[in-house]
Design a binder for this molecule. Structure first.
Ligand SMILES: Cc1cc2nc3c(=O)[nH]c(=O)nc-3n(C[C@H](O)[C@H](O)[C@H](O)COP(=O)(O)O)c2cc1C
Length: 169
């Protein structure tokens, strides 16, 4: 599941930044992004952001991300990404829409920092359960919907909203 199984850790002071166009294609990445992900800028510019997608990430978390962004809202999310060498690294991402002076969304922006070990330990089994639920359906769309329902049920059982949960970890 964890590709090479080797974790790359961000320094606590590091902030990984990338920006995408409205379709999620990378239009900017800072040096810290390139460093940890193992790409040079030429290799990833104009590529879809799923170039660093890791199989441990549930589809339903990205569904939530895109729903939030398309309605002009921000989202915080724990994300495990894959490097070019297929190592993995965890981040707490803050993803926001950028707007022009008329309020039209023109691009998206993500800033990420290193999460605490305790937060990673808390989110990992939840993501594993979501991925298992998603994979138990033959049809990927159905799997994503089922994962989304399980995410909402998990939050309901905890008595918190998605934002409250993520920011409490
Ligand atoms: C600004 C921005 C940053 C993103 N950052 C990541 C990221 O770090 N890792 C990731 O897997 N997906 C990221 N995504 C989501 C991807 O666009 C994509 O939805 C996700 O990787 C799932 O891809 P898939 O549906 O092809 O599996 C980001 C999207 C936006 C708009």
């Amino acid at each position: 599941m964890l590709l090479t199984g080797t974790e790359q850790k961000l320094d606590p002071q590091d902030i990984i930044v990338s920006k995408t166009d409205l379709k999620g294609r990378i239009i900017y990445a800072n040096d810290i992004f390139l460093d940890i992900a193992g790409y040079n800028l030429r290799e990833i510019l104009d590529k879809p952001h799923n170039v660093i997608r890791h199989p441990l990430m549930p589809r339903c978390v990205f569904q939530l991300l895109w729903e939030r962004l398309q309605f002009g809202n921000e989202i915080f999310a724990y994300v495990v990404n894959s490097t070019k060498a297929e190592d993995y690294y965890w981040v707490l991402a803050h993803v926001t829409p950028s707007m022009d002076s008329k309020g039209n969304v023109t691009s998206y922006h993500s800033n990420r920092r290193a999460p605490s070990g305790a937060a990673i330990a808390a989110i990992t089994p939840i993501y594993e359960a979501l991925v298992a639920e998603e994979k138990s359906h033959k049809n990927a769309k159905e799997g994503q919907k089922a994962g989304y329902r399980l995410l909402m049920k998990t939050l309901e059982e905890k008595g918190v909203s998605y934002d409250e949960f993520v920011l409490s970890l």
